[in-house]
Design a protein around this ligand. Structure first.
Ligand code: PEP
Ligand code: MN
Length: 343
């Protein structure tokens, strides 16, 4: 990769054993990463999954720091995590998406961090609420933390897409506009959820002028105890990073950047439209089954009329031309009728 120096934190999703941590750090050290990451406490959606080694992992991270001279990063979610990680000299604390979604937790963390000279990175909350994200960062800044960054890891989506999380690029673009002094990183691993898409997501982030990357790397990804599908081997990581193109933030590139930002927003919106249509069709199928079991005809002219008029009046309130809304409604309806006839 050429051009400006990229801030890049890499390492396994979780610290699993001393050997695994040291082997991964040893492989990453010559690649010139800015810092080494590994989770000690893992916030898992359901109980029963691997929830991290806990405090013991901090000893391994501090060994990486001392023996290899690499800054180290760990996720903190409670004041006790902050206290333990500070005691072990961990350089960078990141706050995960589940924690940044909770203002009470953020305030407690901010109080625990008050007076600390560590770098704190705040991931976006799980829902697309830029104010919640800004609020989380403001609590950290309000505690006097001067080295504070934000990180996009995507948003929980109710539709299975090609990526694990909905990237929500436009939320990061809004964040950047409202908090221009806060460096913005991208976590392509959690956005993609699969290794073959990580470079593509990272490239989009660079095109959108993100300041750095946060990438999950494991020496034996398939055996990882968490997030196995999205972790890269150190070699694949080096390859992905080398293949990235950086763009200068020059005046000439300004136009390009704006175009990329708008296109990313269009891609997000198209994805949302398609997902909503897919959900509508699923509901249509369900209605088709109900109509059949209750012996009702598929076409219900009054209902169709109400749907059409409702959409036209909602659409005109949104500034959409009535002919366009009508054409769209007819297209959706004819597909819905076809599907119900097959139920
Ligand atoms: C992580 O970085 O390992 C992590 C748990 O991230 P997130 O909060 O984005 O799910
Ligand atoms: Mn992970």
């Amino acid at each position: 990769m050429e051009g400006r120096k990229l801030f890049c934190i890499a390492g396994p999703c979780a610290a699993e054993s001393r050997e695994q941590v040291l082997a991964c750090a040893r492989a990453l050290k010559p690649m010139g990463v800015t810092a080494f990451r590994a989770g000690a406490w893992k916030p898992r959606t359901r109980p029963g999954s691997f929830e991290g080694i806990g405090g013991e992992a901090l000893e391994w991270l501090s060994e990486v720091r001392e023996a290899m001279g690499m800054p180290v990063a760990v996720e903190v979610a409670t004041p006790s995590h902050v206290e333990q990680a500070s005691r072990y000299g961990i350089d960078i604390f990141w706050i995960g998406a589940r924690t940044s979604s909770d203002p009470f937790a953020m305030q407690e963390l901010a109080e625990a961090l008050r007076g600390s000279d560590r770098t704190v990175l705040v991931k976006n909350p799980i829902s697309q609420d830029v104010n919640l994200w800004i609020g989380a960062v403001e609590r950290i800044l309000g505690a006097g933390i001067t080295r504070c960054g934000a990180m996009l890891r995507g948003f929980t989506s109710s539709h299975p897409g090609k990526l694990r999380n909905d990237p929500g690029w436009h939320v990061a673009i809004d964040f950047r506009q409202r908090m221009p002094a806060v460096p913005l990183l991208c976590d392509p691993s959690h956005i993609a959820g699969r290794r073959d898409k990580i470079q593509e997501v990272a490239q989009l982030a660079l095109n959108l002028a993100f300041d750095g990357l946060f990438v999950e790397v494991h020496t034996e990804p398939d055996k990882a105890l968490s997030d196995a599908r999205q972790q890269l081997t150190p070699e694949a990581f080096a390859h992905a990073i080398e293949g990235l193109e950086t763009r200068a933030r020059s005046r000439a590139a300004g136009e390009d950047l704006r175009l990329d930002a708008l296109r990313a927003q269009i891609d997000d919106l198209d994805y949302e439209i398609l997902s909503a249509v897919a959900k509508r069709m699923e509901t249509v199928r369900e209605i088709g089954r109900l109509k059949r079991s209750s012996n009702m005809s598929v076409l219900q002219p009054e209902r169709w009329n109400a749907v059409l008029e409702g959409m036209k009046s909602q659409g005109s309130g949104m500034g959409l031309a009535p002919e366009f809304v009508e054409a769209l409604a007819r297209l959706l309806h004819s597909q819905a009728i076809d599907m119900q006839l097959k139920e």
